[in-house]
Design a binder for this molecule. Structure first.
Ligand SMILES: [Zn+2]
Length: 325
């Protein structure tokens, strides 16, 4: 074996086997299937740290001489399958690629994956004995002032705090902030909402009247931001519910939005009252129902509406272990 095989110019380089798209194979891999390249290489993969092996389209490969009729038939079947959606069975006149889903099914699958993720996420929150939901109830409008505040432990739905918000700049508001600092210290903090029709952010408690509420993190009161593992994964009940409910404006959406209709405008599954404690109980019960799978899903969610059932989600991609070219 030569000590290194340099990359071919002008071809996409994949630096590990797991990055190689489905349907691209090396000569050796084709050979194992009784095939040989039927076209020029379309990419190359790094192996042994310093060698590049050209990659060929599996669908363009041709049988080697001596390929048995059975091998040939299997090859034809495999090629044919690349055009058939594995969920709804529709045939397309182009190969469907690695997921083998037609477009409508890939949208349904994306929505369903987010829905399933919302449940896992809700289970994580419900299963955390310390996690606490903070609800700040306020009047309507952009410059609404907070009226009441509640903190509820998600796990056992025990109300840890409820009371008036006090006015900005008063001793009452200051005492409330101190109390919440102590109560929420070290807990996984869950918020009601990140956006949408209910702009009831805990940051309202530190925002002077007449100013827009900033969602920026406050160093003094870290609980003014929810627990957050990543940009997509922050502890907002509204976001979890949105993904769980899976409302979309049309069938070409791969992401759930806040439901909207002519009568109600944008809406959520819960009432927003002036009583934070009541709302907190409702929201925590909602989290539990999502965790249990008993919370309703939009009756026209794509995977329900299209009649093809829950999409089978791909398992985590296996890393290819072949190391020879
Ligand atoms: Zn399909």
């Amino acid at each position: 074996m030569p000590s290194s095989i340099p990359p071919l110019p002008g071809l996409t380089r994949y630096t590990w086997w797991g990055a190689v798209p489905e349907g691209l194979l090396t000569k050796t891999q084709l050979d194992r299937q009784g095939l040989k390249p039927g076209s020029d290489p379309v990419g190359q993969v790094l192996y042994h740290g310093n060698c590049y092996a050209p990659l060929y389209e599996e669908s363009a490969a041709v049988p080697k001489r001596g390929c048995s009729p059975a091998q040939r038939a299997a090859l034809d079947r495999a090629r044919e399958l690349q055009y058939v959606c594995r969920r709804c069975g529709d045939r397309r006149d182009y190969p469907l690629g690695s997921g083998r889903w037609c477009e409508p099914c890939s949208y349904a699958a994306g929505l369903y994956a987010a829905h399933a993720k919302a449940q896992r996420f809700a289970r994580e929150i419900v299963g955390d004995p310390g996690a606490a939901l903070v609800v700040v109830a306020a009047g309507p409008g952009e410059y609404a002032q907070p009226e009441t505040v509640a903190v509820i432990r998600v796990h056992d739905q025990e109300l840890l705090h409820e009371g008036p918000a006090g006015a900005y700049g008063t001793a009452e508001r200051g005492a409330l902030l101190d109390r919440l600092d102590v109560l929420l210290d070290g807990r996984r903090v869950v918020h009601e909402t990140d956006r949408g029709p209910v702009s009831r952010y805990p940051s309202m408690l530190v925002t002077p009247p007449g100013q827009l509420v900033s969602s920026e993190r406050d160093g003094l009161h870290p609980w003014l931001s929810p627990h957050r593992e990543s940009a997509e994964k922050a502890d907002y009940v509204s976001r979890l519910w949105r993904n769980w409910f899976a409302w979309t404006r049309d069938e070409w959406s791969s992401m759930a939005s806040e439901p909207w209709d002519q009568e109600r405008g944008v809406w959520v599954a819960w009432e927003c009252t002036a009583q934070a404690a009541d709302d907190a109980r409702v929201l925590v019960a909602l989290l539990h129902r999502i965790a249990e799978g008993t919370e309703p899903v939009w009756e026209r969610a794509q995977w329900i509406e299209d009649g093809h059932g829950e999409p089978e989600l791909p398992r985590r991609r296996r890393r290819r272990t072949t190391t020879t070219a």
